[in-house]
Design a protein around this ligand. Structure first.
Ligand SMILES: Cc1cc2nc3c(=O)[nH]c(=O)nc-3n(C[C@H](O)[C@H](O)[C@H](O)COP(=O)(O)OP(=O)(O)OC[C@H]3O[C@@H](n4cnc5c(N)ncnc54)[C@H](O)[C@@H]3O)c2cc1C
Length: 475
């Protein structure tokens, strides 16, 4: 690669003195690290094995449709991801709700489906959710009162206490008076979508972090945002534009096979047919690939990376010949369906039909079922949730499976997640799975990229760019 515009194939780097960094992995963590380093004046090369940037959050074409591999949402409290959207000039394309408002449809009642809402008022925490909770029809009066008490107990937990990570959230909820129904209709409704695990399988530390930050910090913290365009427009097209403008050289379809450091402290990065050299390397790949690439001695117990489990997410995509849902999204109870989003406009569907994407987290039971079986399982459920579908024709039905969508947020996982610094000078780790304190989210990925870049800049003696996301501002 001789200039900053070529973005296919391995870049050709002449070894030269100076401050060079190679970032390996073009997911949100790697893109963030590359942008932050380039903004500080470092010469950066970003290497990505696939033909596109965006990692686990991407789009592809299916006939006339542009499809996201999985519905992605973020919350107003995701300050790092919001900084990222601003940095790539995409904030307008992924707007936030002005105020949290989630329709929750219960299809499990013999008398028919029932609609409730989780929304906030313009009141201070925790009163902002008080009215919504007091009138939430999917819980009994007694359950609502107990939810309030558990929320206050949760608010009192000290997130810096490592013992929280050893407990599971389900047991803690049971010990705080939460019925199975309250777990299903409230705690898991939010928790499964954000943690990718049911309460019984989730670390109390991570769950407390999510609920405290999202629901019990700032009144607007849980307002939901999502892309009104395909994810690839943000995480590939606009991210690439921002990187190229910042002078980052991008090598797509360039899988790194090994990295090593010489006696002068300079790194060599092997790609098929070429070797790149650098003063600093940011490894922003999943934990398994990190383990494979880590040079000896870089971490005290690298095999721990392999103990970090993974969890699947399934998306079920249905195109109807007519509108069947008159809301941008809703959550469901009393059915295997979890969250349903209207993707019609974002996908470019025309002709009067409607395209729905069902986002199914913690999808261990479904992830390997054949498409025909998933069709039989989900279409009748949509019929129960959305009566208009009963008269509509299904024009297309397909699924996207992400078997390793996130790390599994199991109790004890916190001890396994390494920070950005390694014992190898000039080698830094990034990825949603590293020790950000957040579950595997876009927010975690961006935070990890910022942390890795900051550590690398410190070692390279470069000042931190002034506009870089600052964690303390978000606290
Ligand atoms: C279906 C689905 C739904 C999700 N929903 C949400 C949501 O609603 N909200 C939310 O915040 N998060 C969500 N997530 C999680 C979010 O997408 C991820 O946490 C985040 O994108 C991870 O980014 P990353 O950069 O850490 O890792 P990745 O995206 O995994 O990026 C790593 C990159 O490294 C590349 N790579 C690997 N090995 C090499 C190598 N040897 N050489 C070069 N490149 C290599 C890979 O190709 C990949 O592009 C969802 C994920 C999925 C799959």
């Amino acid at each position: 690669m001789t200039d900053g515009t070529r973005s296919d194939g391995p870049p050709h780097h002449a070894a030269r003195p100076g401050r060079d960094a190679v970032v390996i992995g073009g997911g949100l963590a790697g893109v963030t690290a590359a942008l932050a380093l380039a903004d500080a004046g470092v010469r950066v090369t970003l290497l990505e094995g696939r033909p596109r940037l965006g990692g686990l959050a991407f789009s592809f074409r299916r006939g006339a449709l542009t499809v996201d591999n999985g519905q992605h949402v973020y919350l107003r409290c995701c300050t790092a991801y919001r900084w990222f959207l601003d940095r790539i000039q995409a904030a307008d394309l992924a707007p936030l709700q002005s105020r949290l408002d989630v329709p929750v449809v219960d299809a499990g009642k013999p008398e028919g489906r029932r609609l409730g809402r989780l929304r906030r008022d313009a009141l201070p925490v925790p009163l902002h959710l008080g009215r919504s909770l007091a009138t939430y029809p999917h819980l009994s009066l007694a359950e609502r009162a107990k939810v309030g008490r558990a929320a206050l107990a949760l608010k009192g937990l000290d997130l810096t206490d490592p013992a929280l990570d050893d407990q599971d959230f389900g047991s803690w909820l049971a010990a705080h008076g939460q019925s199975a129904r309250a777990v299903e209709a409230l705690w898991d409704l939010v928790g499964v979508a954000t943690l990718n695990a049911v309460a019984g399988d989730a670390s109390l530390g991570l769950a407390a972090m999510v609920f405290k930050t999202g629901l019990l910090s700032d009144p607007g913290a849980a307002d939901i945002g999502w892309a009104s365009v395909p994810l690839g427009d943000l995480h590939d097209r606009l991210a690439r534009k921002a990187l190229e403008t910042a002078g980052v050289r991008i090598g797509l379809r360039t899988r790194v096979t090994s990295i090593s450091i010489d006696e002068n402290g300079r790194w060599s990065v092997q790609v098929p047919g070429d070797t790149l050299t650098a003063d600093a390397v940011v490894l922003a790949v999943p934990q398994r690939e990190t383990y494979d690439l880590l040079p000896p001695g870089a971490l005290d117990a690298p095999e721990r990376l392999l103990d970090i489990g993974t969890a699947p997410i399934l998306n079920v995509h249905v195109v109807y010949d007519r509108p069947v849902l008159h809301a941008p999204f809703f959550a469901a109870l009393g059915t295997p369906v979890q969250w349903v989003f209207d993707r019609t406009e974002a996908s470019g569907l025309s002709g009067g039909g409607q395209y729905l994407a069902l986002s199914q987290s913690a999808a261990q039971d479904d992830i390997d079922r054949p498409v025909a079986e998933l069709r039989e399982r989900y279409l009748p459920e949509l019929g129960r949730l959305l009566p208009h579908t009963r008269h509509a024709e299904v024009l297309d039905f397909f699924v996207t499976r992400e078997r390793t969508a996130t790390f599994a947020p199991t109790p004890g996982v916190g001890r396994l997640r390494p920070g950005a610094r390694t014992k190898a000078p000039g080698l830094y780790l990034a990825g949603a799975w590293t020790a950000t304190g957040w579950p595997a989210t876009m927010e975690s990925a961006v935070r990890s990229g910022v942390s890795a870049a900051e550590a690398a800049l410190g070692a390279l003696g470069r000042p931190r760019p002034r506009h870089l996301f600052a964690f303390e501002e978000a606290a």
